[in-house]
Design a protein around this ligand. Structure first.
Ligand SMILES: O=C(O)c1ccccc1N[C@@H]1O[C@H](COP(=O)(O)O)[C@@H](O)[C@H]1O
Length: 230
């Protein structure tokens, strides 16, 4: 059975953390990029992380932060996983993850002309660069670094990559069931699609989003002959 993992990103308020946990999120994301409307300080992330029960993963999102800043953030906030969402090189990611002593995801921002071969090669290089690499996150290429609510063409993702990738970029209550059904990613990550204003999540949208993922997961259970991506 496929159980697509779900990360709700860009949390800034206690009630949003509790809503994500209550709805069944597997991970929550804290944005340490100070140009984002979802930015939180490490101290604020520590306060919010303290609300998490066991087995809900706090993830720290960084954009071109540098190893020292990442390590200082991890020292102040109990993050289990890092998300590098900028232009960090493979070496930058490896060094920051090493300094922080945490595993990391690295973004690939997909353009209309991105090829499947490019995605597979990028992932291969990430894996080769560090034993702390835990997976590729696919987002849409936009002028800003992320959290933009823009979808990319999911058909660009090779089938043999999808089952271990995190799908993001413009996911919402409206499209997430179709996205999971067609891509069958390891996990999905959403920020703006479950917001009522930037940085302010909506508990109803979070719950509907998670139900939408589970609706797609349930169709896999009923379809044992469908190719198993795992
Ligand atoms: O959420 C942000 O503000 C953000 C800022 C800088 C880089 C990434 C950011 N969020 C990540 O962007 C993707 C897509 O978000 P959306 O669902 O399209 O709004 C997601 O992985 C967020 O974690």
């Amino acid at each position: 059975m496929q159980r697509t993992r779900i990360k709700i990103c860009g949390l800034t308020r206690e009630e949003d953390v509790l809503a994500a946990v209550q709805a069944g999120a597997d991970a929550v994301g804290f944005v340490f990029y100070d140009k984002s409307p979802r930015y939180v300080t490490p101290q604020r992330a520590a306060e919010l992380s303290a609300l998490l029960p066991p087995f809900v993963t706090p993830v720290g999102l960084f954009v071109n932060a540098g190893a020292a800043a990442v390590a200082a953030t991890v020292a102040a906030a109990p993050l289990s996983l890092l998300q590098f969402h900028g232009d960090e090189s493979a070496q930058d990611c490896a060094a920051a993850a090493q300094a922080a002593g945490r595993a990391f995801m690295r973004v690939f921002r997909v353009k209309p002309d991105t090829s499947g071969a490019e995605l597979l090669e990028y992932e291969r290089l990430c894996r080769a660069s560090s034993g702390l690499f835990s997976g590729l996150l696919l987002d849409t290429f936009v002028d800003a670094y992320g959290g933009a609510g823009k979808v990319f063409d999911w058909s660009l993702i090779p089938k043999d990559l999808a089952h271990r990738a995190v799908l993001s970029g413009g996911l919402s209550v409206q499209n997430v069931t179709g996205a999971v059904a067609s891509v069958r990613p390891y996990a999905v990550d959403v920020s703006s699609g479950v917001e009522r204003a930037k940085g302010i999540k909506d508990a109803r949208l979070i719950a509907e989003f998670i139900r939408g993922v589970r609706a797609a997961d349930a169709t896999f259970e009923k379809d044992p002959h469908h190719e198993n991506p795992a």
